[in-house]
Every structure is written in C-alpha cells, then in structure tokens.
Design a binder for this molecule. Structure first.
Ligand code: IMP
Length: 176
C-alpha cells in the first residue's frame, strides 16, 4: 500500500507486467509498420515513461515527438480540453502513432485526432498503455491497448494524482 497526498493506493500492475506488455505492444507495432516510416507522437506529461520504454523496443525508421494537452484535474475528468502544443514535425503523408498513457472518457483523444488530421497524415493510430472501456464515450478507440482496466483511478508509471506519483515504477489503483 502506498500514500499519494490524501489517498491510499494499492499495487495494480507490477513493473514486470508492464515491461512484458510494452514489449508485446512494440512487437505488434514492429510487424504492422514494417518498412514504413512512422512518426510517434507521445502525449505529455503522462506518457513519458511509457513512451521511453516503448521506443526502446521499437525497431522502425521512426521519429518521436511530444505534444501536450491539458484537460484533467484531481480524480475526475473535467472534459475540458485545451490546445495542442509542441508539434513541429511535418506529418503530411506519414503514418502517425499517438502514444498515450491512458484513455478514460476519450475526449482528450477526440481533440488530439481532430487537430492532427488537419496535418494530412497518411494514417493515425492510437497506442494506449491503459484503457477504461466503461468510462469511454469518445470517437476513437485505441488501436493498440496494453491493459483494459476498470473505471477506477490509477497512479504511477507516468500517471499522476494532482501531479504527484508519476515517478512510481508500477501502476497503483486507488483504495476506496
Ligand atoms: P480522457 O480525456 O478522459 O480520456 O482523459 C485523458 C487524460 O486524463 C489522460 O491522459 C490522463 O492524463 C488523465 N487520466 C484519466 N484517467 C486517469 C487515472 O486513472 N489516473 C491518472 N490520470 C488519469
């Protein structure tokens, strides 16, 4: 059991389980994009650890870049989404893979995809380490999913609770 600010969390996905799944996601990507040029776009801040580990296993001619959106505060999604910052790469005619830590309501991804589509990429796929199907009301389900999880708040491995807990090397679930 661990404490982050005022909340207690318990271990949910161990670092070993994460590493195994990250490898398996990379294997799928390596097969699906063999001989293709890919631009990976990692969504900060939450995806920094996942993106770093995933890219070490990716064996493709690829670029990685980082964008930032802000839409989330505390333990419930507000549904409020701000603008996308940090995209300087030319995406026209290229395969894009968005690297996300978690897809909850899917509203952040709706916005990201609609902004990225204006850049005329050849294709856009979503690779999310975590996915909460019960919370999802978005238009774009992830194409590559590490773990489908229940609708409960999690921290660690990049994910935060009020900006704390991102540095934890495993994923912890809130204890109600
Ligand atoms: P969505 O727009 O509801 O899909 O939320 C996406 C963003 O909310 C993610 O990129 C995370 O930053 C944050 N988020 C959603 N669920 C959780 C959670 O359980 N723990 C930490 N952050 C979360």
């Amino acid at each position: 059991m661990i404490q982050v600010l005022d909340k207690t969390f318990e271990i949910f996905i161990t670092r070993e389980e994460i590493a195994k799944e990250v490898k398996s996601l990379a294997t799928e990507l390596n097969a699906d994009f063999k001989n293709e040029e890919v631009v990976f776009i990692a969504v900060l801040n939450g995806s920094f650890m996942f993106a770093s580990d995933l890219m070490k296993e990716v064996d493709l001619v690829s670029e990685i870049t980082f964008i930032k959106m802000s839409s989330y505060h505390g333990t419930e999604s507000t549904g409020r989404v701000d603008e996308l910052i940090g995209l300087n790469n030319d995406l026209a005619g290229k395969h894009v893979v968005i690297v996300e830590d978690i897809i909850d309501s899917g509203l952040t991804m709706n916005k990201i995809i609609s902004l990225l589509e204006m850049e005329n990429p050849k294709s856009v796929k979503i690779c999310s380490l975590l996915y909460k199907p019960e919370a999802f009301t978005g238009n774009h389900k992830p194409d590559y999913i590490g773990f489908s999880i229940p609708n409960a708040f999690v921290v660690g491995y990049g994910l935060d609770y009020d900006e704390k807990g991102r540095n934890l090397d495993a994923i912890y679930q809130i204890k109600e």
